[in-house]
Design a protein around this ligand. Structure first.
Ligand code: SF4
Ligand code: SF4
Ligand SMILES: [Zn+2]
Length: 249
């Protein structure tokens, strides 16, 4: 599970702006800061149409249509002070657009102008966090709660639980929200019975995996790409072990 989480965070590629050419910037913000902000704007990623720059056949530092998408921005504050939003970027590929068009990039005062060309490329989270396809990725064991017959329904455990997992019913304690349990054991510590009438454990080989996409890829695609990468890495590892063995013999 942790290997899968690590692959998602550092190996599953997504698109991000990597290079910006400023044609005009009369805003108060330096080019570098605007370029940094642009890099952090999550872009919808068309994984099937683009190559990672290092794998592309063009082998060009500048890139080609298969490893680079160009976005442009040309905004002038004609009427008065106005913010510039991510939605004002124009892309040569409609599949490579900001996930949200409401991300503020900079504020322009009257007559200030921002004109630029930005190049988006596929990349991996291990090189820069802007290429991470998830904003959150974590897992926990699947909880298992057992309440023994010694329980006298005093409800001390119900009050002690910070996640409201337990509820007091007429003549028994009921588990109403099992998946919210974080295995903290507060209920066990609060139990008046000795030994405690409530036992907290976890299911073997069952996990709750939570993944929140930035919007670059669907969560299903992120997971399937991660499984593919992990599979490839395991095979590579296996082949290296075989090489070692044959050297020894
Ligand atoms: S282990 Fe913690 S979260 Fe789980 S039921 Fe007990 S008190 Fe609640
Ligand atoms: S604190 Fe212990 S005895 Fe009281 S209701 Fe909970 S499990 Fe039962
Ligand atoms: Zn290329």
């Amino acid at each position: 599970m942790n290997a899968l989480r690590r692959v998602i965070v550092s190996e599953v590629p997504c698109m991000a702006i990597d290079e910006v050419v400023f044609l005009e910037n009369s805003s108060v913000m330096q080019d570098e800061i605007i370029a940094h902000r642009l890099g952090l704007v999550p872009l919808k990623t068309d994984l099937d149409s683009y190559n990672l720059p290092e794998d592309c056949t063009c082998k060009s530092e500048f890139g080609c249509n298969l490893c680079r998408a160009t976005l442009t921005l040309d905004v002038e504050a004609k009427e008065g002070t106005r913010p510039v939003y991510s939605g004002e970027l124009t892309s040569e590929n409609k599949e490579t657009m900001p996930v949200s068009d409401k991300i503020p990039l900079v504020k322009l005062a009257k007559e200030q102008r921002l004109k630029l060309e930005a190049y988006a490329r596929l990349g991996k989270g291990k090189d820069h966090a802007k290429w991470q396809p998830v904003s959150m990725c974590a897992y926990k064991y699947y909880p298992k709660i057992e309440i023994s017959k010694k329980c006298d329904n005093c409800a001390k455990c119900v009050d002690a639980c910070p996640k409201k997992v337990l509820a007091k019913k007429e003549d028994q304690i009921e588990i109403q929200n099992l998946e919210a349990c974080n295995l903290c054991q507060d209920c066990v510590a609060a139990c008046t019975e000795k030994p405690p009438a409530i036992k907290i454990g976890w299911e073997e080989n069952t996990f709750i995996f939570s993944l929140e996409s930035t919007g670059a890829l669907t969560p299903e695609r992120i997971m399937s790409e991660a499984v593919k990468t992990l599979d490839k890495q395991i095979k590579e590892f296996e082949s290296q072990i075989k090489v070692k063995k044959s050297e020894e013999t």
